[in-house]
Design a protein around this ligand. Structure first.
Ligand code: SF4
Length: 304
């Protein structure tokens, strides 16, 4: 997974820009979803942003079987039902624009530094009024760290607050300048337990844990985020070890967000032609209050 880091020069690949976000840092924010991620979390709600290649979403239920797409893309068949062999698509753009009913959506837009800065600055009045700013998430934005470093510098020259939502799972060398440049880091801590981390994210914790020490040396403010998946990573023992890790690394944590698991991204997997990774049924719910008390006992401020 580590080879995911990308040399895209001054062009970034963005899956979505969400305006008026209220949960990705202080105030009203513009959240920019970057493509590419070193992890493969079993509960990921943004599977369209996992790789640094454009993706095709297919909204099959919108199809009227009109036949327009077949004229440009011979790999499609309409035998009473839309059938697309994704491996044989020749021209994704021609296909997407052929359909009058918006059945096809291409995810992944290339943008220059200046274009993305301009997009973000459209919301500047909201940042000023609310103490908000711009948050980069994904995927994991550190995959495109070189590009975002330039974007961040330009935003901060204009006095815009910038936050980075990351797992930290790439070598420090690859994103240290970006980490230094942003105002706030939203740091995702999914497990302390190595084996479960590997099982559910297909990656170990080496860089995630190491980078906490680097962030501590920078004195960078962190909001730690813990997505709680019932029966998978919400046990008090693992939460306790994560708190101890944060304390021992001496990183500057100003709050810990407890985020309940949801399945809002499930429909995207089908539209991307991917299986949903969590095979087991999640039937129980996390005891958020007990977890919050555990985290607060380490002196952290909890937001849930
Ligand atoms: S053009 Fe769109 S609506 Fe028509 S058959 Fe193709 S996918 Fe279906």
């Amino acid at each position: 997974m580590r080879e995911v880091s990308m040399a895209m020069g001054k062009t970034g690949l963005i899956s979505n820009i969400q305006r008026y976000s209220l949960h990705d840092g202080p105030g009203i924010r513009t959240t920019v979803f970057m493509m590419g991620c070193p992890l493969r979390c079993a509960w990921c709600s943004n599977p369209e942003a996992l790789t640094t290649e454009r993706q095709l979403m297919i909204f099959e239920q919108k199809c009227t079987l009109c036949g327009e797409c077949v004229k440009v893309e011979p790999s499609i068949s309409l035998d009473g039902q839309l059938k697309v062999d994704r491996t044989k698509i020749q021209d994704i753009e021609a296909l997407a624009s052929s359909c009058p009913y918006d059945v096809f959506e291409i995810i992944g837009e290339k943008m220059s530094v200046d274009t993305l800065v301009k997009e973000c600055l459209k919301d500047e009045p909201f940042y000023r009024q609310s103490g908000g700013g711009v948050t980069f998430c994904g995927g994991d934005p550190i995959v495109q760290a070189d590009f975002l470093l330039d974007v961040t510098k330009k935003l901060r020259e204009k006095g815009i607050h910038v936050a980075l939502d990351t797992s930290g799972e790439l070598p420090w060398q690859q994103w240290k300048y970006l980490a230094n440049e942003v105002d706030l880091i939203l740091y995702d801590l999914k497990f302390f337990d190595q084996q479960r981390h590997l099982q559910y994210t297909q990656s170990d914790t080496k860089y995630i844990f190491e980078n906490l020490s680097h962030l501590a040396q920078l004195g960078k403010e962190l909001h730690v985020r813990m997505v709680l998946v019932p029966g998978i990573n919400d046990d008090l023992e693992d939460i306790q070890k994560r708190c101890e890790l944060l304390r021992s690394s001496q990183v500057h944590v100003t709050r810990i967000d407890l985020l309940p698991y949801h399945e809002l991204g499930k429909g995207k997997y089908a539209r991307l032609g991917l299986p949903y990774p969590i095979k087991m049924e999640i039937s129980c719910v996390s005891d958020i209050e007990a977890i919050a008390r555990q985290v607060e006992s380490y002196g952290f401020t909890v937001v849930r």
